[in-house]
Design a protein. Structure first.
Ligand code: SF4
Length: 82
């Protein structure tokens, strides 16, 4: 089954027309985790990260977000699919 991730954050490097996420993988985390970890900690390290509870959707964040104008878009090792 092909997975579709819909996203409306259009200043992200991985965002695509039609409000799609074009990243080959993403990491969703708690806000606290996302804020405390460097850009290098992302989807490729997911299996090594201890899971945590968020409690509500507004306490979660896309750790894979990278501002499209950033010079650090490759630090997470995530690739665009197209
Ligand atoms: S990486 Fe995250 S913020 Fe960026 S387009 Fe995908 S889901 Fe949205």
């Amino acid at each position: 089954m092909q997975q579709h991730i819909h996203c409306i954050v259009n200043d992200c490097h991985y965002w695509a027309q039609g409000n799609r996420c074009d990243a080959n993988e993403i990491l969703v985390a708690t806000n606290g985790f996302a804020e405390s970890q460097p850009d290098q900690v992302d989807a490729q390290m997911a299996s090594q990260i201890t899971p945590d509870s968020a409690g509500k959707c507004t306490s979660t964040a896309c750790k894979t977000y990278a501002n499209r104008n950033s010079d650090k878009i490759n630090e997470d090792k995530v690739k665009r699919m197209s």
